[in-house]
Design a protein. Structure first.
Length: 419
């Protein structure tokens, strides 16, 4: 077994080669990796079944969906690699060009970050997504998945590495840390000089640990306490459709809605319909009903569990929705400012004035007007896939694609100038 330090040293060599690769070389490698994923689907799914069997009883049932792979999901990973190959190369882009007063010709050019380390939990598709974006942007990537998905991640990483080497790229352009203990995570967080950017993808605990302990540059990602605000001027049918999608289409992901805010003017009409749709209707169809955690005003209109002190500050990742009745758009925005993690928020309204005020006043990475928060995703944003969703403001914000995995440098051409 290679140590984490061995892997980081190998990645440091690979990043120098990758930085000089042409767009054609990188695209050829991504397409070869996609073909290897398809050819290795049987092995990947067998390893995933073993991971799932070991995780049952130790992980909540709904979280097993994040771990599970199917033939369709493996195909989705392969298609993601091909989609990234089809995107413009971010490396070498001319970001700025001007001539200085002293005659120097200045250019600002996009360049790779170097070695990007990703610490993530449960989702084996991240292995392929991260590798695709790293390779296309000229970066080496060091992947450290959770122990619950180790077999799946290893099978995916091996297929990717076979594709890379078959196309002439160094296999250490993509590496999986073989030590799934906390020690390896700590090594990545403190690998100064070897890790140029650290990206955590997972629950609040993982992200908090990285932000607090990392001595390498780290991007805060992922935790999503996402809000849907049903305005006084909302179309109720639209609001029900959007809230249903935002909460129930895949509740275990970070762009799922966790809080519904409802204007008091429309609450008496909307809340009973919401309960009928999310609770009674789902139960009647044999689906998991949404558990409603209600403020006192909402509880006076529909039955449900009383919201506790922490319910408006919790990323449930489950069929649970906190509901609050508010007196105004301003109160809704104040609630979001106090409780949001800065991920994604939505307003449902027919009022252009309310929509504009919400868009201007809500300080989150993605703000939706009459649409579901579930669209906050690299693939949906046309990025091919994503490295993560940044909830910070420095360098990257929102879904991180190819451009967010580059830095820049200045190139200055002179004719003998001295200062």
């Amino acid at each position: 077994m290679r140590t984490t330090q061995d892997i980081l040293q190998a990645a440091a060599k690979a990043k120098r080669t990758l930085a000089l690769c042409s767009t054609a070389q990188k695209n050829k490698a991504l397409l070869a990796a996609a073909a290897e994923l398809r050819a290795s689907a049987g092995e990947i799914l067998a390893q995933n079944q073993a991971d799932l069997a070991a995780a049952r009883g130790r992980m909540p049932e709904i979280m097993l969906d994040r771990l599970a792979l199917t033939e369709e999901r493996v195909e989705g990973m392969a298609a993601g690699l091909e989609a990234v190959a089809a995107l413009p190369d971010p490396v070498g882009r001319l970001l700025e060009e001007r001539r200085l007063a002293n005659g120097l010709a200045l250019q600002k050019i996009a360049v790779p970050m170097g070695t990007v380390a990703i610490i993530y939990e449960s989702r084996p598709n991240v292995t392929a997504d991260a590798a695709a974006l790293a390779v296309k942007s000229g970066n080496a990537c060091v992947l450290r998945g959770g122990k619950e998905a180790f077999g799946s991640n290893l099978a995916v990483a091996r297929a990717l590495r076979r594709g890379l080497t078959g196309a002439g790229l160094p296999e250490d352009a993509v590496s999986l840390v073989e030590d799934a203990s906390r020690t390896s995570a700590a090594e990545l967080m403190t690998a100064n000089g070897l890790v140029d950017l650290l990206i955590p993808r997972g629950g609040a605990g993982l992200i908090r640990a990285c932000i607090q302990q990392a001595t390498v540059p780290c991007i805060q990602t992922g935790t999503g306490i996402c809000h849907v605000y049903v305005d006084a001027e909302a179309d109720l049918a639209m609001a029900l459709d959007i809230l249903d999608n935002a909460k129930t289409s895949r509740p275990s992901v970070c762009n799922a809605a966790e809080v519904c805010l409802v204007h008091q003017k429309i609450a008496p009409a909307f809340l009973p319909q919401m309960k009928a749709r999310l609770v009674d209707g789902r139960a009647a169809r044999g689906l998991a009903p949404v558990e409603l955690r209600l403020c006192s005003k909402a509880a006076a209109m529909i039955p449900g569990e009383a919201a506790g002190p922490s319910d408006f500050d919790t990323e449930f990742l489950d069929y649970i929705l906190a509901v609050r009745v508010v007196g105004s758009l301003e109160e809704a925005m104040a609630h979001i400012a106090a409780h949001s993690t800065g991920h994604s928020e939505a307003i449902i309204t027919r009022s252009e004035a309310a929509a504009s005020a919400f868009a201007a006043g809500v300080d989150s990475a993605a703000v939706y007007i009459n649409a579901s928060t579930r669209f906050t995703d690299g693939g949906e944003f046309g990025l091919g896939c994503e490295m993560g969703i940044s909830t910070q403001k420095l360098h990257a914000r929102g879904p991180m694609g190819l451009a967010e995995l580059t830095s820049y440098k200045y190139i200055l051409r002179g004719a003998g100038q001295t200062r």
